[in-house]
Design a protein around this ligand. Structure first.
Ligand SMILES: *[C@@H]1O[C@H](CO)[C@@H](O)[C@H](O)[C@H]1NC(C)=O
Length: 406
């Protein structure tokens, strides 16, 4: 009795301590740019996020479970809100769980289809966390949406995540008539890591002779390369919530199964040989990014001399399954038209800018929507009550607009 009381008191004090630590840490480390709308809301959101990660890390250190497992356990407790206008069905494509969203309003023609890949760095995020986005997309664009519940880190690393998505997408493309989807109007879409997956899928399945062609790709602040973490946006937004450099490295290194001790080597750009940097300079170099994005304190970092051991372990970043931004020109030129959403205060903003330029240089049409006051993850605040940012609705509208014009 006394022991459990003592434990209870200890636990309460410890929890309050963790909470206070997270808040103090937020004020010391988080950078909230002056241009973000509703900075207070972003601060609260960041503290909640950091609280979640901190508890996850505590559980990981205590060897109770890994941080991602802890967060996904919480995801699974989330209640799902039904939308009266959308019919949601849980299915499995093989072993891969998917959710299918179909507008209830009757339609006498075949509907457009959207295959959606959620974000979360391959670590967090689930069918549930992106349920609201999929409902709204389905309802407002009148499309059938298929959301893919791919397997994730730490149990599954690169390239399982992408392979699951490819398998689910191919399966969907082969069974379009079952869901009354028009084969000429299937698009792929994703946010953050899921945006990267959408881009990779367009590159990987375009040569499939017996599959309908993907009509378009919607890339919402996508991760499009894992080679260079010294782009202007990475420097400018390194401590901007909700995606900080720390979290990026945690996700990337775990996903690629690279020892975390290489982080500083990667930041010095010493993990790849000079000839590789030279080869890709024409696509990754800062001259590809418009001047106005290079203002806020960007300083070019020249690659440090190569660390051979690091290169042996990190060269997987040069695989187009991890960095679709460096696909060859002949691949780029065959890609479907794109809608690219980028946010000004996002570590990954320049991935979008560089991919946009590569597509345009290859003759692919791009519709670009840049959120001037946006940060990474803002789209996810859609329908989140107090936490909703107005930009989330604007992004949805931009995407729906794009879809309607296809
Ligand atoms: C990562 O590298 C460090 C330093 O080289 C080493 O001590 C550690 O054992 C490595 N970790 C794993 C999991 O290989």
């Amino acid at each position: 009795m006394a022991a459990s009381l003592l434990f209870g008191v200890f636990f309460c004090v410890f929890s309050v301590g963790v909470g206070l630590w997270v808040i103090c840490n937020h004020f010391v480390t988080a950078h909230i740019p002056a241009g973000v709308s509703q900075p207070l809301k972003l601060r609260v959101l960041d503290c909640l996020f950091q609280l979640l990660f901190t508890w996850g890390m505590i559980f990981e250190k205590l060897r109770i479970c890994s941080m991602p497992t802890f967060i996904r356990f919480l995801h699974d407790l989330m209640p799902l809100k039904e939308d009266p206008d959308v019919m949601v069905t849980d299915l499995r494509f093989g072993t891969i769980p998917v959710k299918l969203y179909q507008p209830k309003a009757s339609s006498c023609t075949l509907r457009p289809g959207i295959v959606f890949y959620h974000g979360g760095g391959g670590i967090i995020g689930s069918l549930k966390t992106h349920h609201k986005i999929c409902c709204r997309l389905s309802k407002e664009s009148g499309s059938v949406v298929l959301s893919v519940g791919y397997r994730m880190v730490p149990q599954h690393k690169s390239p399982t995540l992408v392979k699951d998505c490819i398998a689910a997408t191919i399966h969907f493309l082969k069974s379009l008539d079952k869901y009354s989807v028009d084969p000429a109007r299937v698009v792929v879409a994703g946010e953050s890591a899921g945006g990267g997956i959408a881009a990779i899928i367009c590159q990987q399945i375009m040569d499939h002779p017996d599959l309908p062609k993907i009509r378009a790709q919607i890339l919402i602040y996508a991760v499009l390369q894992l080679m260079d973490f010294q782009l202007p946006s990475s420097q400018q937004n390194k401590n901007v919530p909700l995606l900080r450099e720390d979290f990026i490295f945690y996700c990337c290194l775990n996903y690629l199964d690279i020892n975390s001790s290489w982080r500083s080597t990667i930041l010095k750009r010493a993990h790849l040989p000079a000839k590789v940097w030279e080869k890709y300079e024409k696509w990754l170099g800062p001259e590809n990014i418009p001047e106005r994005f290079k203002k806020r304190g960007y300083r070019q970092v020249s690659p440090a001399p190569l660390n051979e051991a690091a290169y042996l372990e990190t060269n997987v970043v040069l695989d187009v399954m991890n960095s679709p931004l460096i696909a060859e020109d002949e691949v780029m030129s065959q890609l479907p038209e794109a809608c690219i959403v980028s946010c000004e205060y996002d570590f990954l903003r320049d991935d979008s800018l560089l991919y946009k330029k590569r597509l345009e240089d290859s003759g692919v049409s791009v519709t670009w929507y840049h959120v001037e006051d946006g940060f990474h993850g803002v789209f996810n605040t859609l329908d989140m009550g107090y936490f909703q940012f107005p930009s989330s609705t604007k992004i949805l509208n931009a995407i729906v607009d794009f879809l309607k014009k296809l």
